[in-house]
Design a protein around this ligand. Structure first.
Ligand code: SF4
Length: 276
């Protein structure tokens, strides 16, 4: 059996950075808290908790001398509250998200009507929103979107980092019709797309693809969906234990993994396949 990895898979830049910050903090402190699970991978979150990185859901639950803020970023009021706790604050906000926050703030300060393409409930969008309190969040019916007024003077448009660029183009062309002046900041991060494209490229060469990642990981689901139109077998697994029994029938297998899947889980699946 030949096993081939997609040219881009596993931890993205922001997750790798945040993960490293947690490991570094654990060298300094026996216990650290993360505000929410660090990544959408239960197995890794469990492993980190065994090492001392305990996820908490609210600041009232803080029980460690340091707290890590995850890649999505936090709202400004939360940041202020965290700073007052008197413990070390390790900000692991992804630099792409931090850039979106500062662009939103700049638009707001300069008097633009701020528009954010994204899911309003998502923690990242909530964090960006806190830097531009008057912002409008849009995600659906982009071609038909309208403001309360027919035409708005100045619009500053940006996007949640994980939105597809096609949607940003669509809402930007709608905004051209609705504004006298439009500034578009391309805050889309291409990590998810890069993984999808690499997986599709590999799918052309193999008989089956294994998508590795947590069940709750949306980018892992998107990877799986991106491969569903291919005429090959595609399996989503959380680890080696989920590999199907008949997997040894394939001569050529491709491997890909979501942006929150750690290297040790990819290696676990790979070595099980090699042993078959
Ligand atoms: S997907 Fe992009 S924006 Fe999100 S954490 Fe990874 S690198 Fe940062």
């Amino acid at each position: 059996m030949t096993i081939k990895r997609a040219s881009s898979l596993g931890f993205c830049y922001g997750v790798r950075l945040a993960h490293q910050k947690v490991l570094d903090a654990l060298k300094k402190y026996q216990k650290v808290n993360t505000l929410g699970p660090l990544i959408h991978n239960e197995r890794e979150v469990k492993r980190l908790s065994q090492l001392g990185a305990i996820a908490i859901n609210s600041l009232d639950e803080v029980s460690a001398p340091a707290i890590v803020l995850r890649t999505h970023g936090v709202r400004r009021d939360v940041l202020e509250r965290v700073k007052k706790l008197g413990i070390e604050v390790i900000d692991a906000t992804c630099p792409h998200v931090a850039k979106a926050q500062s662009i939103a703030q700049k638009f707001y300060n300069e008097g633009f009507r701020v528009v954010i393409l994204g899911e309003v409930e998502h923690p990242e969008v909530q964090s960006i929103l806190s830097y531009a309190p008057n912002a409008t969040v849009v995600n659906e019916n982009l071609e038909k979107f309208s403001f309360d007024k027919k035409v708005v003077e100045r619009v500053g448009l940006l996007s949640q980092t994980t939105q597809p660029i096609e949607k940003l183009k669509l809402i930007a062309s709608r905004m051209v019709e609705l504004s006298q002046e439009l500034v578009v900041a391309n805050t889309v991060c291409f990590a998810t797309r890069k993984r999808q494209e690499a997986a599709k490229e590999l799918a052309d060469e193999v008989e089956a693809m294994i998508v590795i990642g947590g069940r709750a990981s949306s980018n892992t689901k998107k990877l799986f969906l991106a491969l569903s139109s291919y005429d090959i077998d595609v399996y989503q697994v959380e680890g080696a234990a989920d590999l199907p029994e008949n997997v040894s029938k394939y001569k050529k297998i491709g491997i890909t993994a979501g942006a929150s899947t750690p290297e040790w889980i990819i290696e676990e699946v790979e070595s099980r396949l090699k042993s078959l």
